[in-house]
Design a protein around this ligand. Structure first.
Ligand code: DGL
Length: 234
């Protein structure tokens, strides 16, 4: 069982930012990455649609004998992981926007979060902000259109630059000192975002934390792969 693969899914290439961190931390693990481009973007779908898609992805990964599933998508994590955990026995790792470290380290007590509509409107995000960002103002911004541009290979286009400026400038004007990337596609834009936001804004994503959490759960469940050779199928 411990030689079985870890399954990872997202609406397309975004979860590769999580895959990279997991592969770095757990080089012995076999990994299957499911890029569900057919249903991208998830961010504008209803909760029920996101649950249905996540169930299909889970069934696919289980049919490939995955021992653990990483939902490498904030939108599916915030909307569907509760359902998945209630209906399947395999352990699920979910991603969570890094609101807690942003709030803890903020000096201005104003932080920004850029994420999909589906994530920003989820109950889980609301609860996380309530729990971890007491006394800190959290400015939310939907990154409409960003995932589609990334999926279409237009990451460095003028259109991308214009959208990023439109979304980021109002948050910067409100004096945020931390910006949470609440969508696994967005770390691909980190350099552009940093350039627009300036060096006084710290950009946070959850890739490393998810990889560490995956290792904790694999260890806890006795599922760590100790064989040297690993394979990835993407
Ligand atoms: N990368 C995903 C996320 O973290 C999906 C975005 C989308 O498909 O809209 O939310």
């Amino acid at each position: 069982m411990s030689n079985n693969p870890i399954g990872i899914f997202d609406s397309g290439v975004g979860g590769l930012t999580i895959y990279q961190e997991i592969h770095k931390l757990l080089p012995n693990e076999n990994i299957i990455y499911l890029a569900d481009s057919k249903h991208a973007p998830y961010g504008e779908k209803t909760k029920q649609e996101i649950i249905d898609i996540s169930v299909k992805n889970t069934e696919f990964l289980l049919s490939r004998k995955c021992k653990l599933i990483v939902v490498a998508c904030n939108t599916a994590s915030t909307n569907a992981v509760k359902y998945l955990r209630e209906h399947y026995e395999v352990p699920f790792i979910r991603v969570q926007p890094a609101i807690k470290p942003a709030a803890l380290n903020s000096k201005t007590k104003i932080v920004g979060i850029l994420a999909t509509k589906g994530t920003l409107e989820s109950e889980l995000l609301f609860e996380t902000s309530q729990k971890f960002a007491q006394g800190v103002k959290v400015i939310r911004q939907i990154g409409e259109g960003l995932v589609t541009l990334i999926e279409n290979g237009q990451m460095h286009s003028d259109q991308m630059r214009l959208l990023l400026e439109k979304y980021l400038k109002p948050m910067i004007d409100k004096n945020i000192d931390h910006l949470v990337l609440g969508c696994t596609h967005y770390p691909f834009l980190s350099d552009q975002i940093q350039e627009i936001a300036g060096k006084n804004v710290t950009i946070l994503d959850s890739g490393e934390a998810i990889a560490r959490q995956t290792r904790v759960i694999l260890r806890q469940e006795g599922l760590l792969n100790t064989e040297k050779k690993s394979t990835s199928r993407i």
